[in-house]
Design a protein around this ligand. Structure first.
Ligand SMILES: [Zn+2]
Length: 425
């Protein structure tokens, strides 16, 4: 039992334990493989008072975020998403010459770059020292810090209040949510708008995206929980957009309670959807926990079965969520020979916990493994397109959730007939 991160009640209920695991972004170099790896409990709780889903144990942020390895521009899909995003914010909310845009967790400046063509001033606030430097090298003004009440005061004193504050996939990473809400209250103009993108709890539940749980993701938001969060600073949600990125995301727009933005129908539509899915009570989460345990069994059985028949298996993508899946399912080099990833920041390293080597993507074509477990499933379509040659040459992907399936569908049968033809089956 612990205190809820939004409402501080003790009505928090454990519904899924993913074990004790190392940090999902804690990739290791070869000479670190024999060092002890710090591990932390990864347990998911539901607060029946405010609706927030959260992990119980909070790793100190200094440990998690000072050297974050994810750089968003390595994906092909996200830059287009961010360009549209910047255009929308500029056209909808930037009305006068002194309106400016702040972004917290601004990463490599991928989104803020999009405001240049609109001649809008921006400031990124990014806690990871190495990534803040990349942003500055890209010409995006970036403060290397965690956003909080103290930082909001300092920024406002220097630049004046902001019209828009954006945070993409950042709210989930914050341990002290009330401190961030206090900062919002300070940094925003009276008619200022906060725009946050968060993975949507409805998608997580529906698609069994349990692997999006890791220590860096402290909170998993429903619209209901977000409404309770914004109330902490006397703010309200006035619009929401549902999007496909990262397996299902919502972009929520919040303003002060007395601001003039009118509440759009999407807010109440999603609240109704959440009620229909039972997300206001523990029952739905206990069922989710059961489904995840079944998925674990089914996927491990499939991989072991293929492996026992001599199949060569690899993994695609080394995202943080891949490490939740590998550690929870206890999948190591006994099942996957290696993982390939496009990011040069990860190639040559080993996955935390299971110590699977991460290699460049062209290894798939030179090695042609029989099956590839798709760990970066949020980029599935993009990856299938890029790996057309691997698939055309007889390769196949295993998509883990909501239940394990092989793409293309007929490949398992083809593999088994190849085996019997060669007398190995
Ligand atoms: Zn709560």
């Amino acid at each position: 039992m612990f205190y809820c991160r939004i409402c501080h009640s003790v009505n928090t209920h454990l519904f899924l334990s993913l074990g004790t695991t190392p940090l999902a972004n804690g990739f290791l170099s070869a000479d670190q493989l024999n060092d002890p790896e710090p591990c932390y409990p990864l347990d998911m709780y539901f607060c029946s008072s405010c609706g927030l889903v959260q992990v119980g144990y909070v790793v100190p942020p200094e440990v998690m975020f000072r050297n974050y390895i994810y750089v968003s521009s390595t994906s092909d899909t996200l830059p287009v998403h961010f360009a549209d995003y910047a255009n929308e914010i500029a056209e909808r909310f930037i009305l006068s010459g002194d309106d400016w845009v702040a972004e917290i967790g601004s990463n490599d400046g991928c989104l803020l770059k999009g405001f240049r063509k609109h001649n809008i001033r921006t400031l990124g606030i990014e806690p990871a020292t190495n990534i803040a430097k990349i942003a500055r090298d890209n010409g995006v003004e970036t403060l290397n810090d965690f956003f909080c009440e103290r930082v909001a005061k300092a920024v406002r004193a220097e630049k004046g209040p902001a019209k828009v504050l954006i945070g993409n996939n950042v709210l989930a990473h914050i341990g002290d949510l009330p401190d961030v809400l206090a900062g919002l209250d300070i940094i925003l103009k009276p008619d200022g708008v906060a725009v946050f993108e968060v993975p949507y709890l409805v998608d997580l539940m529906e698609k069994l995206e349990f692997d999006t749980a890791y220590h860096e993701h402290l909170s998993y938001f429903s619209v209901g929980a977000l409404q309770n969060l914004f109330k902490l600073s006397r703010m309200r949600l006035f619009d929401i957009k549902r999007e496909k990125v990262h397996g299902g995301t919502i972009r929520v727009y919040a303003c002060r309670e007395n601001a003039s933005y009118s509440r759009q129908p999407a807010v109440d539509q999603l609240i109704a959807l959440e009620r229909e899915r039972g997300l206001e009570s523990l029952e739905a989460f206990l069922t989710f926990g059961e489904q995840v345990r079944q998925l674990k069994k089914d996927l491990v059985d499939l991989l072991r079965n293929l492996r026992s028949r001599g199949a060569r298996l690899a993994g695609y993508g080394a995202p943080a969520k891949g490490n939740t899946l590998l550690n929870y399912l206890d999948i190591g080099t006994d099942l996957l020979d290696y993982i390939v990833d496009k990011s040069p920041h990860k190639q040559g390293l080993y996955t935390p916990g299971m110590h699977i080597p991460v290699l460049p993507v062209d290894k798939l074509l030179s090695d042609q493994p029989d099956f590839v477990l798709l760990l970066a499933w949020n980029f599935a379509d993009e990856i299938f397109r890029q790996q057309k040659q691997y698939i055309d040459q007889g390769g196949a992907f295993i998509v883990p959730a909501p239940s394990p399936r092989i793409v293309p569908e007929n490949r398992e049968g083809q593999y088994l007939s190849r085996l019997s033809a060669s007398g190995k089956a």
